[in-house]
Design a protein around this ligand. Structure first.
Ligand SMILES: NC(=O)c1ccc[n+]([C@@H]2O[C@H](COP(=O)([O-])OP(=O)(O)OC[C@H]3O[C@@H](n4cnc5c(N)ncnc54)[C@H](OP(=O)(O)O)[C@@H]3O)[C@@H](O)[C@H]2O)c1
Length: 208
């Protein structure tokens, strides 16, 4: 169970996992630091064979193209794109070869329909969408690489909730975490003939 700063939340989550009679190890790493990524991977792979990698950690700042500083740009590219690159490369080199591995990249509906808002974030996710397809080709047939492009699912903690958000969501509601869990489980456990796929879980937002 990886975390960056949220050690208390990770501890609480590990207690829930243990109550399900599952084993859990908590691994702390700042994914902006390649040396910490390397250290975390070495520790994780020394514990047990690893069959799946989910690239989820990201930052999401509400800055436009003209407002973006070089620091904003670098922060988004480092965490949202470079970390998945390094993690995927380590996973491809060291993951278990006995059954096909699975990589899932968590994207945003903006990745395939970039607009004007959240500029560095959108570009980082668009690049991660391209990496999904490129790695699906590179890593077949040993590893499948798919992505989930999310719409409104959890309101950001550092921004006021945009009350207009549902106006552009054909399904007229936020996604539920159960729906995300179903989709992640499907991509982890479903047909390994699916690779290079980007599935939108966004209530149709990308069509509007
Ligand atoms: N929420 C939505 O409605 C929505 C919509 C579209 C797409 N998404 C995508 O879904 C994913 C999860 O989003 P979320 O809303 O859960 O985001 P979030 O609440 O901001 O969580 C992001 C996670 O990234 C981790 N993280 C941040 N900086 C890190 C660092 N330097 N090193 C290690 N971990 C770091 C944080 O872990 P720590 O707290 O432990 O540091 C945190 O758990 C993201 O890829 C996001 O782009 C979300």
């Amino acid at each position: 169970l990886h975390h960056g700063h949220s050690s208390e939340e990770a501890q609480r989550t590990s207690e829930i996992i243990k109550k399900l009679n599952r084993k859990v190890w908590i691994l702390e790493a700042d994914l902006n630091e390649p040396s910490q990524i390397q250290q975390m991977c070495e520790t994780a792979f020394s514990i047990a064979p690893i069959y799946a990698l989910i690239n989820n950690a990201a930052i999401f700042k509400p800055v436009s193209f003209l407002e973006s500083t070089l620091e904003d740009w670098n922060e988004h590219i480092n965490l949202n794109l470079t970390a998945p690159f390094l993690l995927s490369q380590y996973f491809a080199k060291h993951g278990s070869k006995s059954i096909p591995g699975r990589i899932i990249n968590i994207l945003d509906w903006r990745a395939l329909r970039p607009g004007k808002d959240h500029f560095p974030y959108t570009i980082s996710k668009a690049a991660l969408a391209s990496m999904t397809r490129s790695l699906a080709l590179t890593l077949a047939p040993n590893i499948t690489v798919n992505a989930i492009a999310l719409g409104a699912i959890l309101p950001p903690e550092n921004e006021p909730i945009n009350q207009n958000i549902l106006k552009n969501v054909p399904m007229q509601r936020w996604a539920t975490l159960d729906e995300l869990e179903n989709l992640v489980t499907f991509l982890l456990d479903g047909p390994i003939y699916i690779t290079g796929e980007i599935i939108h879980l966004d209530g149709g937002r990308h069509l509007v």
